[in-house]
Design a binder for this molecule. Structure first.
Ligand code: CU
Length: 313
């Protein structure tokens, strides 16, 4: 059993264990009976088969007993499921944005992050927002799993974490090539600690400290924002063009159906991030990359550019 850390754990695990126990019982019982019958009714021991016809009591037995078994499974499943479908009115509200192939989380005060930070013992209501294709929001330790559907408004889920710690958060709907890269973490903090994190608005517009290694921070951003799921650093061709040996070169692009050449410089990179479909790198498809307008600050882009420069030929 995966260790549990939310108020849903008991309900889900009860239903799971009950169904597992029934299945296990029947696996053993049926296998045992098959073996016994093979021995008891083989041709040597029982040369003449007995015909049994119309046994009311047998029919009733194998109808009534299974009805109670499946109703029992239904009961536990239902009782465990109902609280999941009834988010409370009050609670921390977070919007989860999913795109190929990363998650980002947005809080009501404007904070955004790549991991889901939440306080312990408090209701957290998540608005599920898919920006491109079907994804699914899955936190095994909380027994939370809900599809994220593009265009479906007011699609929500919720949970209340019961233990501090860090837990896996996965996309669990196959959403394309790098689906397996689409994972993040839930960090459950003490309430006080969370309050400090939440109110730390300096983090909204992160300012890199004086003398920070901008290129290294840029490298980390490409990772945390999920860019490297589509853009390799080593020359491999993924969904998008590689970053390797790109900076400063001439790129063949298609703009409004016209082929032209542009220099891979600041202006080109900034436009590619904010308006990916303006210039289409020849040989690649439009509509794959979504704009990061509002998700990457000017300084973030500056860091990314510093890193891209280190990959110049
Ligand atoms: Cu996904």
């Amino acid at each position: 059993m995966i260790l549990g850390a939310s108020t849903f754990v008991e309900g889900v695990d009860n239903a799971f264990i009950l169904i597992l126990a029934f299945s296990f019982f029947f696996l053993i019982a049926i296998t045992g009976l098959i073996i016994y019958f093979i021995w008891r009714y083989n041709n040597k021991r029982n040369p003449k088969a007995t015909q049994i016809k119309d046994s009311i009591s047998l029919e009733l037995t194998w109808t009534i007993i299974p009805i109670f078994l499946v109703l029992g499974m239904f009961y536990y499943g239902y009782v465990g499921w109902i609280p999941m479908k009834r988010p409370p009115e009050e609670g921390l509200k977070v919007t989860a944005n999913a795109r190929m192939w990363s998650f980002s989380f947005q809080y009501e005060n404007g904070r955004t992050s790549d991991k889901l930070y939440v306080p312990v013992d408090s209701a957290v209501i998540i608005r599920l927002n898919a920006l491109d294709v079907l994804h699914s929001f899955y936190i095994p330790a909380f027994r939370v799993k809900e599809d994220m559907v593009p265009g479906l408004t007011n699609n929500r889920t919720w949970f209340e974490a019961t233990k501090t710690g860090t837990y896996n958060l996965f996309c669990t709907e196959y959403c394309g090539l790098q689906h397996s890269y689409m994972l993040s973490e839930v960090v459950v903090m003490e309430k006080e600690e969370f309050k400090i994190w939440y109110e730390d608005t300096t983090a909204v517009a992160a300012v890199a400290p004086e003398g920070a290694n901008m290129a290294l921070l840029g490298r980390q951003l490409l990772q945390s924002k999920g860019c490297i799921a589509c853009h390799s650093l080593d020359g491999r061709d993924l969904v998008g063009p590689t970053y390797k040996d790109a900076w400063g070169t001439m790129v063949n692009v298609v703009t409004d159906g016209q082929s032209r050449q542009v220099t891979y410089d600041d202006e080109y990179v900034i436009r590619s991030i904010y308006e990916p479909d303006y210039d289409i790198h020849e040989g690649y498809r439009p509509g794959q990359m979504l704009s990061y307008e509002g998700e990457l600050s000017d300084q973030d882009i500056e860091m990314i550019i510093e890193f891209l420069k280190t990959l110049a030929p």
